[in-house]
Design a binder for this molecule. Structure first.
Ligand SMILES: [Zn+2]
Length: 282
C-alpha cells in the first residue's frame, strides 16, 4: 500500500476534495483526510481493485513476469507463487498484458521492414484470402546498423491495401523508409509520405531470404507462443500476447527490471478495473 501510495502521490498525499496534506489510515486500509474526512482507497478505480490475491502476491507475480526473459505461463505462475486457482493466475497475466502498451509511445522511424505472417493453426494460409483458425499479423521492424531496433505487431483482418496502410500510418513515422516485398497491398506508400523500397523475390532469393529482420521476428514470436505458452492462442486473446511480445522485445536490452516493474504498476494505477468475466467476455 505504501508503494502504491508513493506512485499515486509522488509528492506526498493531498486530499482530492480539500487539498489537505494530513491523513490517517483506518482499519480497512483506507486513507482518511484529517480535515474533511474524505475516504480514499488506493486500489479503487485501478487494475488492483478487489482482487482475490493480496497486493504482495500481485507484485510478486508482476515481478516474476517482468524478470523472466520469456515471461511465464499461467500454470508456471500458479506453481511458482502457490496461487490456489489457475483461473486467478490466468486472469492476472491477462491484466498485466493490458498494461504493456504505454501511452504516447513513439512511432518507428528510419529504415523499417514490414511483412505479414499467419499465426496459429496448422495449415498454411494463402495471402490476401486468410486461412481458417489463423490470424494474420503484420510485423514492422526497425533496421539498425547492427541487428533490429524496435518492433510493432498487430492483427489485421486481411492483407488488403486498406489494412496494411492503416497499420503503417499508425505505427511508422512519415518520412521513414518502408521496406516491403512486391505485394500490391503495399502500393501507393509514397503518396502517404513514406519512402517505399521494394525487395523483389528472385530465383536466387526465396521468400524467407528477403526481409530477414521481419522474418526473424516472425519465427521468434511463434517460438515464444509455443514455448512459453505451449498452446495455440487465437483471437481474441492473441492481440494481448502480441502486446506482451512487443513489450519484451523492445525492452530486451533494458538493464533495469525494477524500472519496468514500476512503469507497469504506474500503468495499473491508471487502468480501470478489469476482472475475469470481462476478460472472458471478449
Ligand atoms: Zn479533505
Amino acid at each position: 500500500m505504501e508503494y502504491l501510495k508513493g506512485i499515486r502521490f509522488p509528492d506526498g498525499y493531498f486530499c482530492r476534495k480539500c487539498n489537505h496534506k494530513e491523513y490517517w489510515i483506518n482499519k480497512r486500509g483506507i486513507l482518511v483526510c484529517k480535515s474533511c474526512r474524505d475516504e480514499l482507497s488506493l486500489t479503487a478505480g485501478t487494475i488492483f481493485h478487489r482482487s482475490k490475491l493480496s497486493l504482495v502476491i500481485i507484485f510478486r507475480a508482476l515481478w516474476w513476469m517482468v524478470a523472466q526473459k520469456n515471461g511465464v505461463s499461467a500454470v508456471g505462475l500458479q506453481r511458482v507463487l502457490g496461487i490456489g486457482s489457475y483461473r486467478t493466475a490466468w486472469t492476472w497475466l491477462h491484466k498485466f498484458r493490458r498494461l504493456m502498451v504505454f501511452p504516447g509511445r513513439g512511432r518507428l522511424t528510419g529504415n523499417v521492414e514490414v511483412d505479414e505472417t499467419f499465426v496459429g493453426g496448422k495449415k498454411s494460409g494463402k495471402r490476401g484470402r486468410g486461412a481458417e483458425g489463423k490470424a494474420l499479423v503484420v510485423i514492422a521492424v526497425e533496421i539498425l546498423e547492427k541487428g533490429s531496433g524496435r518492433v510493432r505487431l498487430s492483427i489485421v483482418p486481411d492483407a488488403s491495401h486498406e489494412s496494411l496502410v492503416k497499420f503503417i500510418s499508425d505505427n511508422i513515422e512519415k518520412g521513414s523508409v518502408v521496406i516491403t516485398d512486391g505485394w500490391n497491398g503495399y502500393s501507393g506508400l509514397s503518396a502517404k509520405g513514406y519512402s517505399h523500397k521494394i525487395e523483389e523475390m528472385t530465383k536466387l532469393l526465396e521468400d524467407e531470404e528477403i526481409l530477414p529482420n521481419v522474418h526473424r521476428i516472425a519465427s521468434l514470436l511463434k517460438r515464444w507462443l509455443l514455448g512459453t505458452h505451449q498452446n495455440y492462442i487465437g483471437e481474441p486473446y492473441l492481440s494481448y500476447y502480441l502486446d506482451e511480445y512487443t513489450f519484451r522485445f523492445n525492452r530486451r536490452k533494458s538493464k533495469s527490471r525494477g524500472l519496468l516493474f514500476q512503469r507497469l504498476i504506474e500503468q495499473g494505477v491508471m487502468h480501470e478495473p478489469v476482472d475475469y468475466k470481462l476478460i472472458r467476455s471478449m
